[in-house]
Write a protein that binds this ligand. Structure first.
Ligand code: ZN
Length: 492
């Protein structure tokens, strides 16, 4: 065996163990008995410590030193690059700091949840402050002299920088604020859906829609969870959804969103299975797949026409008088404080706010205790109102409590990438709308599979999108799409 073969055999076992850890997480959110929580914490911690030791294993360094990249194909070179990167990063964080971060994160989530429930930011502030101190220490260690925020971002979106994202988001913000103002001030305001929608039928429709968007149920399954998610890679990629009898779009569009994530993992060339290149390349690129399935395709006039018919057939009444009113209800814009309930026009403004605040927190320019005031002031600038309670402001998301700094911007980056992919797809798939109107997503999803999903992590994230689109991604296509769609819908 060459050094490369030995390295890849070792890595393959690490990837397999990591898939098992992910499946324990899936089980915890779907099937696990309530009384198993503390035993599960121990099981997960045991597996994590094995994974950590494997990632830091000194043999990896020796194999990496011995391999000659010139003798490898593109996939081999990509795997070598990804293994080296993970190994270098694992070694930069001292064991003591990694343990302190894991410990604080597990306690902090409960304290955050309780503070959110009791609307008491002060009860969470000391814990957030402690988490922030640890993350700043980790960022400095990972940055190794470079920019600390960029070092954290690198975990989720390799190659992206805070300065690059700030420039991109700076170009988005004024046009998004102007569009939101225009839409909310329009004389024409669409009506919401009305009626009662049986939850078992919503689940049945969700299964049908997942299949319609190309989800392979022989290599996956759909279950209920409090927060919808997708987990796993290769031949075992599972998705979850939730339902509400008065609001079927939550179930339907959560399912289509998670199907987009899952289709990416299921669509990667099986030759890369259980290797670092055999997974979605970054959170931003992942989110581009979920968003384009959910929004550009799933909320299009063409596809909602088909969905209107299916809902009439399954529920007897689709909750709107005709397909145009149904399309308007699907895309209805409402001002609100909560990110996860936001429409396409406001969503990125929620993210831009979080990005600027977390950069200031990591830079040391904003203290944890001053977060509510900074949040509310910024929210008022972009949304025209101040959140009345912390649960509707800076306590609404779990991310910061568990140490996820650098994660939020990948949501908007995903939307930007989805905008670019959709523009390229409109040129590449000429009969797309006619096919979507008939409930056939095949031409669109096959285009994405061939151009992007198949390749997994062979190229770095931005290059993955540029390769698929045939042009370098920027914010233009997303803004053009949003302005055209919502100005038409609101008669502007
Ligand atoms: Zn997502």
């Amino acid at each position: 065996m060459t050094a490369f073969d030995e390295l890849m055999a070792f890595q393959r076992q690490t990837e397999a163990l990591s898939q098992i850890a992910g499946r324990l997480g899936w089980d915890q959110e779907t099937m696990m008995p309530r009384g198993a929580a503390s035993q599960r914490a121990e099981e997960t911690a045991a597996l994590e410590s094995i994974l950590h030791a494997r990632r830091c294993d000194p043999r990896i360094g020796a194999w990496l030193a011995e391999v000659d990249p010139e003798g490898l194909d593109a996939a081999g070179r990509a795997n070598l690059r990804l293994i080296r990167r993970a190994h270098d990063r694992a070694q930069l964080v001292p064991e003591r700091l990694a343990a302190a971060l894991a410990h604080t994160a597990s306690l902090s989530q409960g304290i955050w949840a309780e503070a959110r429930r009791t609307e008491d930011f002060d009860a969470f502030a000391p814990t957030l402050s402690e988490m922030l101190a640890l993350k700043r220490e980790e960022a400095a260690a990972l940055a190794d002299g470079g920019d600390p925020y960029d070092a954290l971002l690198d975990d989720f979106e390799p190659g992206a920088t805070g300065a690059g994202l700030a420039a991109l988001f700076g170009a988005l913000r004024p046009r998004l604020v102007a569009l939101a103002d225009a839409v909310l001030g329009a004389a024409r305001q669409p009506a919401p859906l009305t009626g009662h929608f049986d939850e078992a039928v919503q689940l049945q429709l969700s299964r049908e829609l997942a299949e319609c968007f190309g989800y392979d149920f022989t290599r996956g399954r759909l279950d209920r969870a409090v927060h919808p998610f997708s987990s796993g890679s290769g031949d075992d990629v599972r998705i979850t959804t939730r339902s509400d009898p008065a609001e079927p779009f939550n179930c339907i569009y959560s399912t289509i969103h998670e199907t987009g994530h899952a289709a990416y993992e299921q669509g990667i060339d099986p030759a890369h299975a259980l290797t670092p290149a055999g997974q979605g390349v970054s959170l931003g690129v992942h989110e581009s797949q979920s968003r384009i399935y959910e929004n550009q395709l799933g909320r299009s006039r063409a596809f909602t026409g088909y969905l209107f018919g299916r809902m009439q057939a399954l529920f007897g009444d689709a909750g709107a008088p005709d397909a145009d009113a149904f399309h308007a209800a699907v895309n209805r814009v409402t001002p609100g404080f909560i990110r996860t309930e936001s429409d396409e026009v406001h969503y990125n403004l929620h993210i831009l706010l979080r990005f600027d605040l977390e950069r200031a927190l990591i830079a040391g320019d904003l203290a944890a205790r001053d977060l509510p005031e900074a949040w509310n002031t910024r929210f008022e600038q972009d949304f025209g109102a101040r959140p009345p309670r912390p649960s509707q402001g800076c306590l609404q998301d779990v991310h910061w409590s568990i140490g996820l700094f650098g994660y939020f911007p990948t949501y908007t980056l995903g939307n930007v990438y989805a905008g670019c992919l959709y523009r390229a797809m409109q040129d590449g798939v000429p009969d797309m709308d006619a096919r979507l109107a008939a409930g056939d997503t095949g031409p669109a999803t096959s285009w994405l599979r061939a151009r992007l999903q198949r390749h997994g992590g062979i190229r770095p994230p931005r290059e993955t999108v540029a390769h698929a689109c045939g042009f370098a991604p920027d914010e233009g296509p997303l803004l053009d799409y949003l302005e055209y769609k919502f100005r038409s819908l609101y008669g502007l």
